[in-house]
Design a binder for this molecule. Structure first.
Ligand code: 5GP
Ligand code: ZN
Length: 115
């Protein structure tokens, strides 16, 4: 737990969020500024600053995040129409919170290429 990290605090429930799913190692919650009808963030308990900071032994965490996102996509019934999973890495990609998080976006048509 990193003291001044927003998402460590959300994991610890020191800051409230609209939780969608939780297990021992991951939590999923609604993004506070949704850009799609489904916009859920999936984070690990472990503080890892970004996807680029993952060490080889931490890579299995990514599978856990994807498994959780896929499960939520099923629950929201957006899987057939399609959804997008996004890791923003670094400033030019729009990363604003430096605790690893996977965006689950769906419920509308999503443009490609992204902005
Ligand atoms: P990034 O831009 O780093 O890829 O994504 C960070 C996301 O966190 C943004 O979509 C932003 O809306 C969301 N966010 C920032 N602060 C909070 C918060 O306090 N609560 C929740 N639920 N989401 C947040
Ligand atoms: Zn953190």
């Amino acid at each position: 737990m990193v003291a001044d990290c927003l998402f460590c605090k959300i994991f610890a429930r020191e800051i409230p969020s609209r939780e969608v799913f939780r297990d021992d190692d991951t939590v999923a919650f609604d993004d506070i500024r949704p850009v799609a009808p489904t916009h859920v963030l999936v984070i690990p308990k472990e503080h890892i600053a970004s996807v680029h900071d993952l060490t080889p032994d931490q890579l299995p965490i990514v599978s856990r995040l994807i498994a959780t996102a896929n499960r939520i996509a099923d629950e929201r019934k957006i899987a057939r129409d399609g959804y997008r999973l996004v890791f923003n890495n670094g400033p030019q990609a729009g990363q604003t919170v430096y605790h690893l998080h996977l965006h689950l976006l769906g419920g509308r048509g999503l443009g490609w290429p992204p902005g």
